[in-house]
Design a binder for this molecule. Structure first.
Ligand SMILES: [Zn+2]
Length: 272
């Protein structure tokens, strides 16, 4: 008799600190590990992390931390959590590059960690459980939804996403895969509710990109301007991303992943 439980360590009723746990026959699958930024009255607090202490005594039952995408509210707590829970981490290549950069900044030796790069076709098996992935559209490349297949049915986690098939291939939702999952027995859909009460259409990312590019293109000194926060100019995923972005006549990158240090931005300025 399969027993399935779900609980959240953050991310419900708040914006950020996303961290969810699905338990299947005592095996723990962690979905995201994000931070939340403090409100203005929390002076001196840089970031708020989920209270993961409950997981420490269950450490041996944790199968892995599965990351949906590279935003800080989904990956930012990893440098804290991995100190106590050195468990395998699964993420797409782009997300993993950001994770690695963040962990190096925090003083980790990457070879001491188990960092597994996946793509939307990966199937990871844990006894009777399988974990699969599907591409979703978001404001950052290689964002994925995560499906946990049990003998009783599926638990599907989407994280935050939009629908925008006009976007670059790296941002497109895989509707075929979603349809295939829907034909199976979905026990629960764990989806983001942020912005769901908006009455108006939220618009598409392309529009924003176009507007930002236009501002940079017409700004004084635009030839050398760079506003970006990608992990490393040497990363192939990042380079591919830059190549797509550099179709504009002027060499401008306008995407923002999250707040990064000036030292991590400077190699990028050289790269483009
Ligand atoms: Zn996000």
């Amino acid at each position: 008799m399969t027993e399935i439980r779900f609980f959240a360590l953050g991310g419900l009723g708040e914006n950020g600190k996303n961290m969810y746990v699905v338990e299947v026959d005592r095996q723990l699958f962690i979905l995201d590990a994000g931070i939340k930024y403090p409100s203005s009255e929390l002076f001196g607090v840089d970031e708020i992390i989920p209270d993961y202490r409950v997981l420490i005594r269950a450490k041996d039952r944790i199968q892995g931390i599965f990351l949906s995408h590279g935003h800080e509210d989904h990956i930012g707590a990893l440098p804290h959590i991995l100190k106590d829970l050195n468990v395998p981490v699964y993420a797409t290549n782009f997300t993993m590059q950001i994770v690695k950069d963040t962990l190096l900044d925090a003083g980790y030796e990457l070879e001491n960690l188990t960092l597994n790069t996946i793509n939307q076709n990966s199937i990871i098996k844990f006894n009777s459980v399988r974990v699969t992935f599907f591409n979703t559209t978001h404001s950052i490349p290689e964002s994925v939804g995560i499906a946990i297949h049990t003998v009783k049915g599926l638990i599907v986690y989407t994280s935050d996403f939009t629908f925008d098939q006009s976007s670059d291939r790296k941002y497109q939702t895989d509707f075929q895969k979603i349809n295939q999952l829907a034909e199976k027995h979905v026990l629960a859909l764990l989806s983001e509710s942020l912005g769901s009460t908006l009455v108006l259409n939220g618009g598409v990312n392309q529009e924003l990109t176009h507007r930002l590019n236009s501002v940079y293109a017409h700004a004084k000194g635009a030839e050398s301007s760079c506003r970006s926060s990608f992990p490393s100019g040497k990363d192939p995923a990042y380079r591919r991303y830059l190549a797509q972005k550099s179709t504009a006549k002027k060499k401008i990158a306008t995407s923002v992943v999250g707040p990064r240090s000036a030292s991590s931005i400077s190699p990028l300025a050289k790269a483009i």
